[in-house]
Design a protein around this ligand. Structure first.
Ligand code: PLP
Length: 366
């Protein structure tokens, strides 16, 4: 049986008519930039995230970039984050001219290890970017405690964790701002690129709104140098159709995860650790296995979708050679990169498909 890692067509089939109607409405209105649909999405995503303000932006990457620019973080500043993340987190820090300072991960959750943050703080540190990887939030209480002690801004990279919670609080609502991505493979995926920033800080909200539009206020009078970080209404209408289903889809992912956990019990497969403080949305279901690359070859040969998130930690990327890190600097991130493997977890997955995934893995590991 063939099992894809993700099947976007299966989900689209369930909402096709509504998405098509929404697109037609935007096209008929010819409000093709901004407008009421973007505003409605901003309000709804902010509310779903326990925040007062939402700022629709062009991508998850631009959400992070806009936050860093709006907080005036730049050359001479340091920003603490994890080496085990999608490239954009560390890439944005570098793009504003600041220095990424990396801190190893907790090997159980793959999120930044809060116990190692304080020793990385210097007088140049301006912010911490915890990444809520795979759908599970980082351990925010100790992170916020360090941030308060040194007056650092916390930006939550919640690109993979929209509506997931930590001690009952939603992703994006604990730090100064939270960044979401609507990349199609995220839990709330658009029909192209898109993203959103949420915050409870009104002054920051106003700055983020201006920065999104070249720092102009009023039009053609520029307070500072911003960029075009706008979200299209065509994305907003598709996302508005999907948003009411998000909790059900996340619940289906959790059910699928529970079934995998049950079936992998007693095998060499290490299933994901979810902290009792967290409710995950399982953007990814990642196992750890010995001889991972042999397993990947076996699964590819049997048409079982899987993916390595992420094969190279940030400190070993060619473009960050100037950070002067070497192998062994962040041993837990490096070990995770060698052993981790994401399996199909999308809501429309059937039990039969999951059985095929499990049986192929168990056979290969035998
Ligand atoms: C997807 C992702 C981003 C970037 O989002 P885009 O919308 O693709 O720009 C940033 N950080 C993490 C952790 C992500 O998974």
């Amino acid at each position: 049986m063939e099992v894809p890692l993700l099947d976007l067509k299966a989900q689209y089939a369930t909402i096709r008519e509504q998405v098509m109607a929404g697109i037609a409405e935007v096209l008929d209105s010819q409000v093709c930039i901004g407008g009421p649909k973007v505003l409605e999405l901003e309000q709804k995503v902010a509310a779903a995230s326990g925040c007062k303000f939402g700022i629709g932006v062009s991508s998850g990457t631009d959400a992070i970039l806009n936050c860093l620019m709006s907080l005036e973080i730049g050359p001479g500043d340091e920003v603490i984050t994890t080496p085990f993340t999608f490239f954009a987190t560390v890439g944005c820090i570098a793009r504003v001219g600041a220095t990424p300072v990396l801190v190893d991960i907790d090997p159980r959750t793959y999120n930044i290890d809060p116990n190692q943050i304080e020793i990385a703080v210097t007088r140049r540190t301006k912010a911490i970017i915890p990444v809520h990887l795979f759908g599970q939030m980082a351990d925010m209480d100790p992170i916020m405690a360090v941030a308060r002690r040194y007056k650092l801004a916390v930006l939550e990279d919640a690109a993979q964790s929209i509506t997931s919670t930590y001690k009952g609080r939603a992703a994006g609502s604990i730090g100064k701002a939270g960044c979401f991505s609507f990349f199609p493979s995220k839990n709330l995926g658009g029909i192209g690129d898109g993203g959103m920033i949420v915050t409870n800080d009104e002054a920051l909200y106003e700055r983020l709104m201006l920065m999104r539009n070249h720092g102009a206020e009023p039009k053609y009078y520029h307070k500072f140098v911003g960029a075009n970080f706008r979200l299209d209404p065509i994305q907003a209408v598709a996302l508005l159709v999907k948003l009411p289903h998000l909790d059900d889809w996340s619940e289906a992912r959790r059910r699928n995860a529970a079934y995998y956990n049950e079936r992998f019990a007693g095998t060499a497969v290490q299933t994901p650790f979810i902290s009792p403080d967290c409710q995950t949305i399982y953007n990814q279901y990642c196992i750890r296995v010995p001889r991972r690359d042999e397993l990947v070859a076996h699964l590819k040969a049997h048409k079982i979708g899987c993916e390595i998130y992420y094969p190279v930690p940030a400190h070993l990327q060619e473009c960050f050679a100037y950070l002067d890190c070497r192998e062994g600097d962040f041993p837990e991130a490096e070990k995770a990169a060698e052993e981790i493997l994401a399996l199909p977890i999308y809501p429309e997955l059937t039990r039969e498909m999951q059985d095929a995934v499990v049986e192929n893995i168990v056979t290969s590991l035998r």
